[in-house]
Ligand binder design. Structure first.
Ligand code: SAH
Ligand code: SF4
Ligand code: F3S
Length: 479
């Protein structure tokens, strides 16, 4: 679900900019709007700039942090220059992502002299902790995602003149819920249903940076979905690092597939998405839910990481190539076609040429609709750090390029077969070029299309595919 490197047609980034000026009515709120509006309009507490890197969970956390700050009377601004509080929500999944944090913090150095407060949130904050104060003494706030509930207290401490505050606990049962969430996209709403991760993949920082798994109660999820529908959202995307490991803590004990169906039943909801699914918890009832309820989108992101059972074992992924292929077969047997996407790591310690070729043969076998591929990056605290990572960067790069070429061929052929087909598209982007729009199909394919209509944003339209390349589809508005 991270987006740093990708080789394909389905673009995880929304084909639209992130507007800052969403009307207050769009804020999801249990608190009276007028109260929030008063605080926000007055900007009594100053202004904040919030920059976000990483996965959709980080994007959504930032939406919640923004909501929290707005409800406390801060105003959101578009540049660090205009802000009194600069917050940086960080990602640590690969070394490059983490390095970027410190170079960005370097740029903020002189901002502290201008009296600005600088804070680091997210996965690098959790991972590096107080070390951040040593490397960047101009930072005053360091807070990991499991402690965001404490942000209001931390801000109060800073306002009271405290120089340095931290929120680094991960031993919390709570999930991060806010009274107000300032969502970036007016049609698709993210909703985290499970935080943290209890898997222990040997290369991955997430269990350290996001803490143990905590599921949110189904009653509170459904209440928020009803509110979202009332506010005009028609698509919801349920989020979790292992979204399908969802374990309802309420007495209803809804299974993940039951939750999908219950969300789809909410009046006004037209599309339900979910990401990321872990293969080991991907059970037949999820496929049955997709088959039986067209509002549940026909797209499953099922990261495989490697096509070699030996490497999967070294990665502690808890399934073999064969078991993974059984999950794929389950989807291929469904009475509704399901688009399948994946994540792959090349150059894991000890990966032989033969094992890499097993990954290539898996691509041929599965015929993914898209994939995100990464060179293995050794990360702090992870078990694979102690495995010898002797492969050169050049060789990792070569394997990545070979893999991406193979996938490009697959996508080229798959997309060519879509020409002439009609899809329902939720229009989410408008090009600067006249009469050009873009949006996503239920299977999360992005289509650029032409239409003479004056206003289509946020509507559902039928689009006929007229052309395809490995990475994109083009079409015409079909009436
Ligand atoms: N929870 C999801 C993915 C989380 S991170 C899952 O289990 O699939 C998103 C992707 O980043 C992973 O699927 C993996 O492909 C990649 N990734 C994670 N750690 C990495 C590392 N140390 N080096 C390279 N890629 C990594
Ligand atoms: Fe990381 Fe594995 Fe958890 Fe995914 S399932 S977040 S890869 S530890
Ligand atoms: Fe997401 Fe990056 Fe953290 S991928 S969970 S923001 S390490």
């Amino acid at each position: 679900m991270a987006r740093q490197s990708k080789a394909g047609v389905i673009n995880c980034d929304l084909g639209m900019s992130k507007p800052f000026d969403i009307e207050l009515e769009r804020l999801t709120s249990q608190a009276p709007y007028s109260e929030i509006a008063r605080g926000a309009a007055a900007g009594q507490r100053g202004t904040f700039f919030l920059e976000t890197f990483g996965c959709q969970m980080n994007d959504h956390d930032s939406e919640k942090v923004a909501g929290l700050l707005l409800s406390r009377g801060y105003q959101q601004v578009e540049t660090p220059e205009a802000a009194s509080l600069i917050l940086y929500n960080t990602c640590s999944i690969r070394e490059k992502a983490a390095q970027k944090v410190f170079s960005r913090l370097g740029e903020y150095r002189e901002k502290q002299n201008e009296g600005k407060v600088i804070g680091v949130l997210g996965c690098v904050a959790q991972q590096e902790g107080e070390e951040i104060f040593k490397r960047a003494p101009w930072v005053s706030l360091v807070c990991g995602s499991a402690s965001y509930r404490k942000l209001p207290d931390m801000l109060t401490q800073l306002e009271a003149g405290n120089q340095r505050v931290t929120g680094l606990d991960t031993d919390t049962d709570a999930t991060f819920e806010t009274e107000v969430t300032r969502r970036d996209n007016p049609w698709r709403a993210y909703l985290t249903i499970i935080e943290g991760c209890d898997k222990a993949c040997s290369y991955c920082v997430v269990p350290f940076t996001r803490g143990p798994e905590r599921s949110r109660g189904s009653d509170s999820i459904l209440k928020e979905v009803r509110q979202l529908a009332e506010l005009g959202y028609s698509e919801v995307q349920l989020l979790g690092q292992t979204v399908n490991s969802y374990a309802d803590p309420t007495p209803r004990k809804m299974r993940f597939s039951e939750l999908l169906l219950a969300v789809a039943d909410v009046q006004g909801i037209r599309r339900v998405r979910f990401t990321t699914s872990h293969p080991s918890d991907f059970t037949p009832d999820i496929v049955e839910a997709i088959e039986g309820q067209p509002k549940i989108c026909d797209h499953v992101h099922l990261p495989v990481q490697s096509g070699s059972t030996r490497v999967l074992r070294a990665m502690q992924r808890t399934y073999s190539r064969e078991v993974y292929l059984e999950k794929i077969a389950m989807m291929r047997d469904a009475n509704r076609p399901i688009a399948i996407t994946t994540d792959i790591i090349v150059g894991f310690p000890g990966e032989t040429e033969f094992e890499f070729e097993e990954t290539l043969s898996l691509l041929d076998e599965v015929q993914y609709d898209n994939l995100f591929s990464f060179k293995y990056s050794p990360r702090p605290n992870t078990p694979s750090l102690s495995m010898s990572d002797s492969m050169s960067e050049e060789e990792k790069g070569r394997r990545l390029a070979v893999l991406q070429d193979r996938q490009r061929e697959i996508q080229s052929a798959k997309n060519a077969r879509l020409v002439g087909k009609r899809f329902e598209v939720l229009v989410s982007g408008k090009s600067r070029r006249e009469n050009q729009w873009s949006g996503y199909t239920t299977s999360h394919r992005m289509i650029n299309f032409a239409s003479q209509e004056r206003e289509l944003l946020g509507t559902y339209v039928q689009v006929r595919v007229t052309g395809a390349s490995p990475n994109s589809l083009v079409g015409d508005h079909a009436v």
